[in-house]
Design a protein around this ligand. Structure first.
Ligand code: SF4
Length: 362
C-alpha cells in the first residue's frame, strides 16, 4: 500500500521546482547566507579544528569526524596532534604508531589511509596538503566532500561539502523527496550546495551548514522554531520535516559474528598473531589467535565471553585456554604492559581484562 506521503511525493512532477524557484534569485541566496552565517558565528560550538587554518589539522579532524560523534573525537584529536603535530611527523612514523593513536576510534582504515596519504604528500608534494581539489581527491580516503571541507576551511576555496548533516539540511530546505543516495539526486544536491555556497567565506559557510544539521536540523524532531533559515525551508512550510530526507530501506543494524580465540598462558605476557587481510574485521591487525575452525582438538577451559560491536557486526567473542602449549606459527609474545603498541581495537583490551579477571578468580 502506498502511504499518503509517498503518494503525495510521487504525484508531484517537478521534483526540484522549489529549489529552482527559490534560490535562483540572487537576493534570496544572499539573505539565506547572511542568516545562516550570523547564526553560526553566534551559536557555533567551540571546537579546536575551528581555530586553525592549518590544512593538516583540519584534515585530521575531518577524517576523525567521519562516522564518529564530535564528543568522541575531541580527546582523540588532541592526543593524535600531540603525537603527530604536523604532516611530516606523521609520515615519518611507522603505521603502527598511527594505529596505536587511533585506538578507541574504530574504522581503522581511516588511520591507514591518513598515514599512507601523509607519505604520498611527503614524497610528491613537499610535505604539504595540495590546494587543488582534484589532487586532494587522489589521496586515499579523501572524497569530494572531505576535500571540499579541507580546501574551503584551510585555503578559503569555494568548494561545497555534502556530509550527512549537509544532505539532511538541503533535502529539507529544498523539499527533495527522493533518496539522496541515488546518483541523479546526489548530483542535484551537489549543484544546490555549490549554488548556495558563500564565495566570500566558503569555510565558515560549509561549517555553518554542517553545524545546523548537527545541532538544529536533527535527524528526528528538528528544532525548526529556532532555526535561522526556517523561512526558506520547504519541508517546514509543508510540515514534512520528519519525513525528509527519504531513507533508503535500511539493512539490519547489526549481524552476529562469533569469534573463538585462544589464551596461551605465560605470566605477564600475552600471545598475539597478525590477522589475515581477508578477515571480516580488524584485517591485518594483531589480535588474539583464533581457535582453528572445525578442529577436532579438545577445547581448553572457557575463560571469558566478551560481547562487542565493530562496524555492523555484533560480536560474541569466546576465549578459551589454549588446549596445547605450542603457539601458532607467526605468533609473538608481548608484555601485557605493551599491549597498546600492538592491539588497537578495544575488543582485545576488553578481552584481556576479562581473561585476567577470570584467571584471578574474579
Ligand atoms: S526549518 Fe526545520 S527542517 Fe527546515 S532547515 Fe530548519 S531545522 Fe531543518
Amino acid at each position: 500500500m502506498v502511504s499518503a506521503f509517498r503518494k503525495a511525493t510521487l504525484d508531484r512532477p517537478p521534483r526540484f521546482h522549489f529549489a529552482k524557484v527559490r534560490f535562483t534569485n540572487g537576493m534570496m541566496k544572499r539573505q539565506f547566507r547572511k542568516k545562516l552565517l550570523a547564526w553560526y558565528r553566534r551559536h557555533r560550538r567551540d571546537l579546536p579544528w575551528r581555530k586553525t587554518k592549518d590544512p593538516y589539522k583540519i584534515w585530521v579532524s575531518e577524517i576523525m569526524l567521519q562516522q564518529t560523534q564530535v564528543q568522541t573525537v575531541l580527546p582523540h584529536y588532541r592526543r593524535f596532534l600531540r603525537r603527530f603535530p604536523n604532516l611530516l611527523s606523521l609520515a615519518r612514523s611507522p603505521l603502527s604508531a598511527a594505529l596505536s593513536r587511533w585506538t578507541g576510534l574504530g574504522y581503522y582504515a581511516r588511520a591507514r589511509n591518513l598515514h599512507r596519504s601523509s607519505q604520498i604528500l611527503r614524497d610528491r608534494h613537499q610535505g604539504k596538503f595540495p590546494n587543488d581539489l582534484r589532487e586532494a581527491m587522489r589521496l586515499p580516503g579523501i572524497g569530494r566532500s572531505t576535500a571540499g571541507a579541507i580546501l574551503s576551511m584551510g585555503f578559503q576555496q569555494p568548494h561545497p561539502v555534502l556530509d550527512a548533516n549537509a544532505v539532511r539540511v538541503l533535502c529539507r530546505l529544498l523539499g527533495i523527496a527522493q533518496d539522496p543516495q541515488k546518483a541523479p539526486v546526489r548530483r542535484r544536491l551537489w549543484r544546490s550546495a555549490e549554488a548556495l555556497l558563500d564565495p566570500q567565506c566558503p569555510g565558515d559557510f560549509n561549517q555553518a551548514l554542517m553545524e545546523l544539521g548537527a545541532t538544529c536540523c536533527l535527524p528526528t524532531h528538528p528544532h525548526c522554531l529556532r532555526c535561522p533559515v526556517s523561512g526558506f525551508c520547504r519541508a517546514r512550510r509543508e510540515n514534512l520535516q520528519d519525513k525528509l530526507p527519504i531513507q533508503r530501506r535500511r539493512l539490519p543494524l547489526s549481524r552476529p559474528l562469533r569469534l573463538h580465540c585462544l589464551w596461551y598462558h605465560s605470566p605477564g605476557k600475552v600471545l598475539i598473531v597478525q590477522r589475515g587481510l581477508k578477515e571480516k574485521i580488524l584485517k591485518g591487525q594483531w589480535g588474539l589467535p583464533e581457535a582453528p575452525h572445525n578442529s577436532p582438538a579438545p577445547q581448553g577451559r572457557l575463560l571469558a565471553r566478551v560481547p562487542h560491536q565493530i562496524l555492523h557486526y555484533r560480536i560474541e567473542l569466546k576465549i578459551s585456554q589454549a588446549p596445547r602449549p605450542r603457539p601458532p606459527q607467526g605468533s609473538r609474545w608481548i608484555p601485557l604492559s605493551e599491549v597498546g603498541k600492538y592491539l588497537y581495537s578495544s575488543l582485545w583490551h576488553k578481552a584481556i581484562r576479562a581473561v585476567q579477571t577470570s584467571l584471578n578468580g574474579g
